[in-house]
Design a protein around this ligand. Sequence first.
Ligand code: IPD
Ligand code: CA
Ligand code: CA
Ligand code: CA
Length: 267
Amino acid sequence: MARSALLHTMVEAARKAGRSLNRDFGEVQNLQVSLKGPGDFVSQADHKAEQILFTELSRARPGYGFLMEERGEIVGDDDQHRWIVDPLDGTTNFLHGLPVFAISIALERQGQIVAAVVYNPAMDELYTAERGGGAFFNDRRIRVAARKTMAEAVIGTGIPHLGRKRHGHYLVELRNVMGEAIGIRRLGCAALDLSWVAAGRMDGFWEEPLSPWDVAAGILLVREAGGYVSDKNGGQTMFESGSIVAGNEHIHQALMKQLTKPLPEAR
Ligand code: IPD
Ligand code: CA
Ligand code: CA
Ligand code: CA
């Protein structure tokens, strides 16, 4: 598969940051780690990878803006383009030696996501997409799974690290989905959750709350793989509300139905 110059740039940046993450993953016990908020760790590895991505992407496309997890918003001279970057999605997994983490890079043009790269350097698994050009896993075209019913579906989710009240709400959702799906998975890396839906490894995914850098690349990957993405009410407020639901058209609909349903009566 011949990659566009844009995707080539993004993949090279991701691979370079990936080499840095793999080096740090090999000696994770020596990394400086701090806590940004409840359950939200950041390490030297996150910062180093982010610096590499910032340097490489700014060099390739001077003037584009950035939205990065650790540095936040960087306004560029070019107000039409913005990189949305998570330098290490799955920091908790990374710090526990679990090889389920990824670099996520999306390019937004006039508010629309037009290119996406998600790269898991520990497994050397690369997911790429360009708007209108399909989605790929290690250069092989991918499609969302074809399963039509929740009774056949494996569904990914994320368990929010929030207060009890909010968890109560999540537990209702979880219970409703558990009642229908064949199995639930919690990877701990939203960018890979969405990539795995795009690749048909999981049939659907939902989580709330997530940030734009967790989902921007994954949204394009799922769509370019023929899938559907929305917030849990079917709207397109994923960046603003932090709610996301993904799957093929059947599972996406079935998941939304479960997520908006009240808790069934205890039997
Ligand atoms: C986290 C991961 C995790 C999700 C969290 C995110 P981080 O990102 O995507 O799967 O459940 O909500 O914050 O902090 O490891 O980049
Ligand atoms: Ca984080
Ligand atoms: Ca993240
Ligand atoms: Ca992160």
